[in-house]
Design a protein around this ligand. Structure first.
Ligand SMILES: NC(=O)c1ccc[n+]([C@@H]2O[C@H](COP(=O)([O-])OP(=O)(O)OC[C@H]3O[C@@H](n4cnc5c(N)ncnc54)[C@H](O)[C@@H]3O)[C@@H](O)[C@H]2O)c1
Length: 364
């Protein structure tokens, strides 16, 4: 073993056993989300920024400047990160269709991976990514930070402990007050179904994950409809829906009625995002008021009060999983289940028929 490789391997092992060491980290994609993640990594005392990648040089320069204290290497070719044996962990914040390929390659190169959601946009990619994550001895975390939020965690725990009895039905929505900017910095991928998966896969994957979490299962089948009602061919070539309505059925008989659209007026009552969980003894509103109601409609309390959330909590959870061996709150099972729920929702709308979860051929 040459000296450089020996030192590199040594530092990797140190990172996994010594919580005071710094995990050598790289990031691919420093646009909107990647910039946030980069600052969150810089807030960790046990992380060292070793390499930054983006194929847009202006973003690369800006990111390198913000991480200047580590003097990170920069590249426009993400595969260069894989060649660096001294890099222990890779964050992936590129457009969704690139996630699976990059994450699989990073896992196979022995890196821990923090992969933004959705972790894949097709069932085929998901299958390969699951196999790679399960075969590797590395930490894989999806960027589903709702799993690290104290208020939601507390509410879900109380529901699992039976505060509203059995969960009977869930009604949820993720409505936006406007379409994504047609001339914005992400319009080179967002409005293309093959690149983003559309709003359901790219955004509602968070909300669908929370619904699965509350219900404690993944759906067994779904039916639904989607379309473009307002933004027809805006921007030119657009092939993602601007509205969808999907019903999921779970093995325990629970139904989830989910809608997603981009023309919800600001301040319209009920708000643009919520999860209403109906139980045999009461009901709750999650992601909005967190109010707890008895079955006769009396508001009993706030199920879990608002707290000051730590915006870096999910990043910290990733490093804890690497260095302390704690379980990631959104491991590959969580990430894949959420992604497949969203993919199933898209497939039923596109194929115009009821589909079963197992027809997608992914075993999670
Ligand atoms: N967890 C969250 O709450 C959250 C919030 C926003 C976005 N996201 C996710 O983060 C991801 C990125 O979204 P965004 O809003 O930052 O998009 P963005 O368009 O702002 O950034 C994507 C970046 O990836 C770079 N890129 C594209 N192809 C590349 C390649 N081959 N090699 C290197 N770099 C490449 C682009 O140049 C760009 O800088 C998406 O998957 C999105 O769903 C997650």
């Amino acid at each position: 073993m040459n000296r450089r490789l020996f030192l590199a391997t040594g530092s990797s092992l140190l990172a996994q056993t010594n919580p005071n060491s710094q995990v050598s980290t790289a990031i691919i994609g420093v646009g909107n989300r990647g910039s946030f993640l980069l600052s969150s990594i810089l807030n960790q005392t046990n992380a060292r920024m070793a390499m930054i990648c983006d194929n847009k040089p202006d973003r690369l320069d800006k990111a390198a400047t913000s991480a200047a204290k580590f003097n990170p290497a920069t590249t426009t070719d993400w595969r260069k990160i894989l060649d660096r044996k001294d890099i222990d962990a890779v964050f992936i914040a590129t457009p969704p269709y690139l996630h699976a390929e990059m994450a699989i390659a990073a896992l196979k190169a022995g890196k821990h991976v923090y992969c933004e959601k959705p972790i894949a946009t097709t069932a085929a990619d998901l299958r390969e990514l699951l196999a790679a994550a399960k075969a590797s001895k590395r930490v894989f975390q999806s960027g589903q930070q709702l799993r690290s939020m104290i208020q939601l965690r507390s509410a879900v725990q109380q529901i699992h402990d039976g505060i509203i009895g059995d969960v009977l039905f869930v009604k949820a929505q993720r409505h936006a007050t406007a379409d994504l900017d047609h001339n914005g910095p992400s319009n080179d991928w967002y409005f293309n179904y093959a690149k983003s998966g559309g709003y359901l896969v790219e955004q509602s994957v968070h909300n669908l994950d929370a619904c699965n979490w509350v219900i404690g299962q993944h759906p067994s089948r779904a039916a639904g409809f989607g379309g473009i009602q307002l933004h027809k061919n805006e921007p030119t070539g657009r092939d993602i829906y601007d509205n969808q309505s999907i019903t999921y059925e779970y093995p325990n008989g629970v139904k989830l009625s989910f809608t997603q659209l981009v023309f919800h007026p600001r301040n319209m009552p009920a708000g643009n995002q919520y999860i209403h969980v109906y139980g045999s003894k009461g009901s709750v509103e999650l992601m909005s008021t967190y109010n707890l109601y008895s079955s006769d409609g009396k508001q009993l309390s706030v199920l879990s009060p608002k707290v000051q959330e730590d915006p870096d909590a999910h990043t910290t959870a990733f490093y804890d999983a690497i260095q302390k061996g704690t379980k990631s709150p959104s491991d590959v099972t969580v990430g894949a289940t959420a992604a497949l729920t969203a993919i199933l929702g898209n497939e039923v709308c596109r194929q115009g028929k009821v589909l079963r979860w197992d027809e997608l051929g992914v075993s999670i």
